[in-house]
Ligand binder design. Sequence first.
Ligand code: PGA
Ligand code: ZN
Length: 464
Amino acid sequence: MITYKNKTSKIKRIKAREILDSRGNPTIEVELETDFGIFRGSVPSGASKGKYEARELRDGGKRYNGMGVLKAVKNVNEIIGPKLIGKDSTNQKEIDEILINLDGTEDKSKLGANAICGVSMSVCQAGASSQNLPLYKYIARIYSGQTPVKNTIPRACFNIINGGAHAGNDLDFQEFMIVPHTRPQGGYSSFSDNLRVASEIYHQLKEILEKKFGQLAANLGDEGGFAPPIRFPQEAIELILEAAKKLDYEIKIILDVAASQFFKNGKYRMKIGVFSREGLLNYYSDLIQKYPIMGLEDPFSEDDWPAWQKLTSNFEDRASIHGSESKNIRSSLPFAATRVGEEEDEVLFDFQTSNLLIIGDDLTVTNPRRIKMAKEKEDCNAMILKINQIGTITEALEAAKLAKSFGWKIIVSHRSGETNDDFISDLAVGIGADFIKAGAPARGERVAKYNRLLKIEEELRWAS
Ligand code: PGA
Ligand code: ZN
């Protein structure tokens, strides 16, 4: 227990409330009080959720089209709260264990992963404040005993064209993300440059879309990227490359296919056609040959293990497409984060020699059990980390540790339904993640995360 000038880190009060997320659907915000102040955690929500994620509790019925979270709120106020009053907020692990045991189900469906996640996040904020640490340093401490793990800011992947479940257009693939590379005079070493270039490309893309398809093409999807009236992934990629080229920027592209969304009866049923596993694999191979694609997220369904294996083994033989001498995709993977307080033009991410990132999201769902399965089957070499996929901070940190022990790259991620909570920015820095994805460099709930990273970068620079 932390005691400072008669203040203690004991939890005095916990209260949850129903608020709205960025899609206008209800979500839960938890407020927790200690002598050090009042701390909040608000929980995001996915539209293309993985089948194996922890379960959000929704009320059903007519209210908010069944999306209300009053049951989850009640669970926090009446079941979880009373058990945590008087506990030490700096003991994240013990509190998360209480939450897991109180729920007692595999998927946290009894009390609701949303209820549990909000509590776990607010406890973490309270713990940081009691120790007088910024959240990222506190997370680094509970993650590895050091503050911070690495003096780096993760490199951001900006989702600038939206499709799939996040947009009302005909694109089957859900996210077209850019990772800015070099500027004419050299490389980037700062997150602020990373963000600026992404923003410039975003606005350039808007201009191109409006010229080609009219103003409606600049309408936005759920994550703030444009949702133009196009159908083929190649068209989206070409438009993005055109925007980057116009500004003389080099970029890499990560595609979140979110393939579980259109996998039915053993086939990938897209608007551009029905693909077998092999057909889709060939399609990816063509895209990768032709375009500067750095990563594929959920290229196959969460249950189609053999397809993932095929992709992985195919690219073991073909790693040279990115200029690498290596024949093994698990070797010489990119070092992604940007170091703070070093030479301006230092680039830690090796864009030219990096191999393809094969990224599990619905496949791995931030769940150590699924992550181990994916490792055994050699299905991926990178992983999305989303706290609410598993429900507690402690379990999310365990998942990150496990993935790191396999040499995987970690991408900390928002959800398509977000709030202005910027917890994930501190999480990404605290665990030394390689990447963060928080949508487009636009819309309040997305830029909340990027703006928080700007502040952390400033702080780290002052300290170095
Ligand atoms: P979701 O999508 O938040 O709608 O699940 C994000 C993702 O698939 O990465
Ligand atoms: Zn995804």
